[in-house]
Ligand binder design. Structure first.
Ligand code: CTP
Length: 411
């Protein structure tokens, strides 16, 4: 008799997709480990996967039939791919070959596995396994970045001797490591989330103020910080609307994204998203727009450059802060400063009427604009909290946590 195993995955339904790769043999052990812990495992074997493990061994270990063919009549009538993907708590792709990662990134659906992956509304976890050069290839890196940006979780690969004889990163993680990742996933996702039932509005990115049909006034905001905040609030359970100016950032998972261009559109979209409990204004809104947009492209004339008269844009943060009954309970602004950061931010908090202001130094030397890091001070009624240099992601997590704590304290 083996050692006693605690049923940490009791009742969890795992849909295991086994794609092609020598590591598929480890998936047999993975099925055993999952079942020992109380999970049920239903498997889809791709054509490549079936070159490495037999349907019979997968069926025997999982004690379930194995699904292989998208167009097999029996598979489709007994269990459509939609049902297959919905009747699971998580879809696990192990091993995930370079090919299936590429198909996931591109949204291809040419067999049962990829169709199921495209149709699922459940969390997906991938365990890549491939040759070290394939793993390091720019195409694979880009595919992995794409699917991760969509919220797909990844375990591994690990480093070591690879089946192809080379050494490096590309080994599928060990079954027990994959099990541990699943245990963590379910332990955190089963917990009540601190912002469940709350509504949040987040502004992000720059605004574009049209001069004429082809030209506009803009700024260097990348939208990274605002998007990360929207994602973090959504992960904490908040029903989150992200009102975003034009950015290269992918839409965060689980967030309702409203795309706008100008400050006036941003304000209208925010007002339409009220009521809300939380508003975080992280956008770099253009302060000015041209008073009268030209209907046609401005032409060069002998009279020299055009006289552009600027008009002040509405202040989204100040308007939300002064929204009377519709005012979110917590309004958070940002202060982008290049000097006297804290002093200016304090004044901005008072002027705009928000509750907290997150001050950051955006002078060129800091690399904040467009970069992945941020150094911020959070200023509220009580004082100032200075955070160390953090990734924008970590700033977002910490801010969401602080917001949850604050609103929890008020409840
Ligand atoms: N903000 C806004 N609407 C505007 C201008 C700014 O909602 N029209 C918000 C920003 O999203 C940010 C805060 O106000 O949360 C401060 O933005 P910042 O650019 O630092 O300040 P400004 O108000 O533009 O002041 P200044 O340019 O004088 O520093």
């Amino acid at each position: 008799m083996g050692p006693l195993v605690v049923e940490t995955l009791q009742g969890k339904r795992i849909l295991l997709i086994i794609s092609g790769g020598i590591a598929a043999y480890k998936s047999l052990d993975l099925i055993r480990r999952l079942k020992e812990r109380g999970a049920s495992v239903r498997s889809v074997l791709t054509r490549g996967g079936a070159q490495f493990v037999t349907p019979l061994s997968v069926a025997a270990l999982s004690e379930e039939r194995v699904y292989q063919d998208l167009f097999s009549l029996t598979d489709e009538s007994e269990m459509g791919h939609i049902r297959l993907s919905r009747e699971a708590d998580l879809v696990l792709v192990a091993p995930a070959s370079a090919d299936i990662l590429a198909k996931m990134a591109a949204g291809l659906a040419d067999d049962l596995a990829t169709t199921t992956l495209l149709a699922t509304d459940k969390p997906v976890m991938v365990c890549p396994a491939m040759n070290v050069m394939m793993w390091g290839h720019a195409a694979t890196r880009a595919n992995v970045a794409t699917i991760e940006a969509r919220g797909i979780r990844r375990v591994g690969p690990a480093s070591g001797d690879l089946a192809c004889g080379e050494i490096g990163s590309g080994r599928m993680s060990e079954p027990l490591d994959i099990v541990a990742a699943l245990e963590t996933h379910f332990a955190t996702s089963d917990q009540p989330r601190p912002l469940s039932g709350r509504r949040a509005i987040v502004t992000s990115g720059p605004t574009w103020e049209a001069i004429d049909p082809v030209r506009y006034i803009a700024n260097r905001s990348s939208g990274k910080q605002g998007h990360a905040i929207a994602a973090a609030l959504a992960r904490c359970g908040a029903d989150t609307v992200l009102v975003s100016g034009p950015t290269q950032e992918p839409d965060p998972v689980g967030v309702h994204v409203v795309r706008i261009e100008s400050a006036a559109e941003m304000l209208a979209a925010c007002q339409a998203a009220l009521p809300a409990d939380i508003a975080v204004c992280a956008a770099a809104v253009a302060d000015w727009r041209v008073a009268r947009q030209a209907g046609q492209k401005l032409k060069k004339t002998n009279g020299g450059p055009p006289n552009l008269t600027l008009a002040l844009n509405p202040d989204v943060l100040a308007t939300l802060s002064a929204a009377g009954n519709a005012r979110p309970r917590l309004v958070v602004g940002f202060a982008a400063e290049t000097e006297k950061v804290v002093e200016h931010a304090r004044a901005k908090r008072r002027k705009k009427g928000c509750d907290w202001i997150v001050a950051n130094d955006v002078s060129a030397a800091t690399g904040t604009f467009g970069g992945d890091h941020n150094t911020v001070h959070v200023i509220d009624e009580g004082g100032i909290e200075s955070w160390p240099v953090l990734t924008k992601q970590a700033v977002a997590e910490r801010l969401a946590e602080r917001i949850a704590k604050h609103l929890g304290g008020l409840a």
